[in-house]
Design a protein around this ligand. Structure first.
Ligand code: NAD
Length: 412
C-alpha cells in the first residue's frame, strides 16, 4: 500500500478495531473537512508566466484550529497532503495540544526558483487561501523544502491582506519576525525526549554503543543527529537526497553539515565510505531514524531491517504492511505522531507567545516541551501494554478517543 492516505485510513481502522471504539462520528474523523485547490500564477525572472498547483487540506478542527505545515516539493500530490493533514489531527491529539489537523502543498521544486520567484509564489499562495486561514482558523508552518524565510513572507502577506500585523497566522517564523526560540530544533529535540524516555521505561535490547543511522539530513534529520550526538549516541550513517555516508567509528554531524553546505550534497563528501539510501535503511544499528519522506520502509524491505528501534521523524515513512512485518520481528517503531510531535508542540508555543505578546526563553521552551513529550510517551507506552498492541496502534487509540470526544461534544 503506497498511497499514504490509504495508510492513514488503515492506521485509524486498526486502532478502532483493537480498542473496540464505537461512534457515529468515526467516518467524520477519517475524511478531510475541506480541501482548497489553487493555481498560483508567478511571473518568473525571464518574464514568462508559470502556474503552480497548490492545495490546503483541512482535516479536522474539533479540538482547535487546523494546524500543519506547507510542503514545496515537485512530487507532492493531493493524497500525500490529505494523509499529512490526517496525521496532524491525531498528532496534536496525541500530545494534547489544542489544535486540529491540516496540511498544505505546492507542486514545485524550490531549488529551481530564485529567492524572488519563491517569494512571489509564497505570496500568491497566501492570497488564494487567505479566506480559510488565520490564527483561530488554520495555522500553517514549514515542512519539506519550506523555510523560516518563507514563513516570514507568509506572515507579511497575510498581515497586509487583513491590514493588521498578525504573526500568529503562521509558525516557524524567524526569531526577528515573531518566531520562538527552540522552534528550529523542536522536532529533533522532541524526538530525543521521546527516545530517551522510552529507553528508560521500556529497557529495549540495544547495545551500549547506541548506534544511530539517519536518513534525510534536512531540518529535522540534521537536528536530531546533532542532539543525539551531543547526548552520547554514536551516529554511524547519514544521508540526503543525493546519497549517504557510513563510518563505523561514528561521525560528527556538525562536520557533515559543514561539508554538505560546501559541496552541495552528502554524496560529494570524499573522505567517508558511501552508501545508498536503501543500504542505510538496512544497516545493523540500534536506532534507525527515517527523516526524509513517506513510504521508505515497505513490505519490499521491512524483512531486511536490522535496527532494534525505528524513530519516525519523517511523517509516514513506514507503511502498514511493513509495520506488520516489523512487529513480527520485534522491532519497536516509535510512530511519527509521537516521535516528531515536538515540532508542532513548539509551533503551539510560538502561536501562544504571539497571541499573548510574550517571549519565552529557550529554557522555558525546552522544559515545557520535555513535560509534554515525556507525558505523551508514558501514556502511549501504558496504552500499548493495556491493549497489547504496537506503539502506533496505542497512539492512535489514545488520539482517536480524544478527537471523537471533541467531535461528539460539538455535535451535542
Ligand atoms: P527538509 O526539507 O529540511 O529536509 C528533507 C531532507 O530529506 C533533505 O536533506 C533532503 O535531501 C532529504 N531527502 C529528500 N528526498 C530524499 C530521499 N529520497 N532519500 C533520502 N533523503 C531525501 O524537511 P524537514 O522539515 O526536515 O522534513 C523531513 C521530514 O520530517 C518530513 O517527513 C516532514 O514532514 C517531517 N517533519 C518535519 C518537521 C519539522 O519541524 N521540520 C516536523 C514534523 C515532521
Amino acid at each position: 500500500m503506497d498511497n499514504p492516505f490509504d495508510s492513514a485510513q488503515t492506521q485509524i481502522d486498526q486502532a478502532v478495531k483493537i480498542a473496540g471504539i464505537k461512534s457515529k462520528f468515526l467516518d467524520v474523523i477519517k475524511q478531510p473537512q475541506r480541501i482548497v485547490d489553487v493555481k498560483v500564477p508567478v511571473v518568473m525572472a525571464d518574464g514568462k508566466l508559470r502556474i503552480f498547483h497548490g492545495y490546503r487540506v483541512q482535516h479536522n478542527n474539533a479540538r482547535g484550529p487546523y494546524k500543519g505545515g506547507i510542503r514545496f516539493h515537485p512530487q507532492t500530490n493531493m493524497d500525500e497532503v490529505k494523509a499529512l493533514a490526517t496525521w496532524m489531527t491525531f498528532k496534536c491529539a496525541t500530545v494534547g495540544i489544542p489544535f486540529g489537523g491540516g496540511k498544505g502543498g505546492v507542486e514545485v521544486n524550490p531549488k529551481e526558483l530564485s529567492p524572488k520567484e519563491l517569494e512571489r509564489l509564497t505570496r500568491g499562495y497566501v492570497q488564494l487561501i487567505v479566506d480559510v486561514i488565520g490564527p483561530q482558523k488554520d495555522v500553517p508552518a514549514p515542512d519539506v523544502y519550506t523555510t523560516p524565510q518563507i514563513m516570514a513572507w507568509f506572515a507579511d502577506e497575510y498581515s497586509k491582506i487583513v491590514k493588521k500585523k498578525t504573526p500568529a497566522c503562521v509558525t516557524g517564523k524567524p526569531l526577528n519576525a515573531g518566531g520562538s526560540l527552540g522552534r528550529d530544533t523542536a522536532t529533533g529535540r522532541g524526538g530525543q525526549f521521546v527516545l530517551e524516555k522510552l529507553l528508560k521505561i521500556s529497557d529495549p535490547n540495544i547495545s551500549d554503543e547506541k548506534t544511530v543511522a539517519v536518513q534525510g539530513f534536512g531540518n529535522a534529520g540534521e537536528n536530531i543527529a546533532e542532539l543525539l550526538f551531543d547526548a552520547g549516541f554514536k551516529i554511524v550513517a547519514v544521508s540526503d537526497s543525493t546519497g549517504g555516508v557510513f563510518v563505523t567509528a561514528g561521525l560528527d554531524p556538525r562536520n557533515i553539515a559543514k561539508l554538505k553546505k560546501k559541496l552541495g550534497g552528502i554524496k560529494s563528501i570524499g573522505e567517508h565510505k558511501k552508501i545508498s539510501n536503501d543500504q542505510l535503511l538496512k544497516l545493523d544499528v540500534d536506532i534507525l531514524i527515517p527523516a526524509a519522506l513517506e513510504n521508505v520502509i515497505t513490505d519490499a524491505n521491512a524483512s531486511e531491517i536490522k535496527a532494534k528501534i525505528i524513530l519516525e521523524i519523517a511523517n509516514g515513512p513506514v507503511t502498514p504492511e511493513a509495520d506488520k512485518i516489523l512487529s513480527g520481528k520485534k522491532v519497536v517503531v516509535v510512530p511519527d505522531i509521537l516521535a516528531n510531535a515536538g515540532g508542532v508542540t513548539v509551533s503551539y508555543f510560538e502561536w501562544l507567545q504571539n497571541i499573548l505578546e510574550q517571549k519565552w526563553t529557550a529554557m522555558e521552551v525546552d522544559s515545557k516541551l520535555k513535560k509534554i513529550m515525556d507525558k505523551a510517551t508514558r501514556d502511549i507506552y501504558q496504552e500499548s501494554k493495556l491493549y497489547k498492541c504496537t506503539l502506533r496502534q496505542a497512539a492512535y487509540i489514545l488520539a482517536i478517543k480524544r478527537v471523537l470526544k471533541a467531535e461528539e461534544k460539538r455535535n451535542k
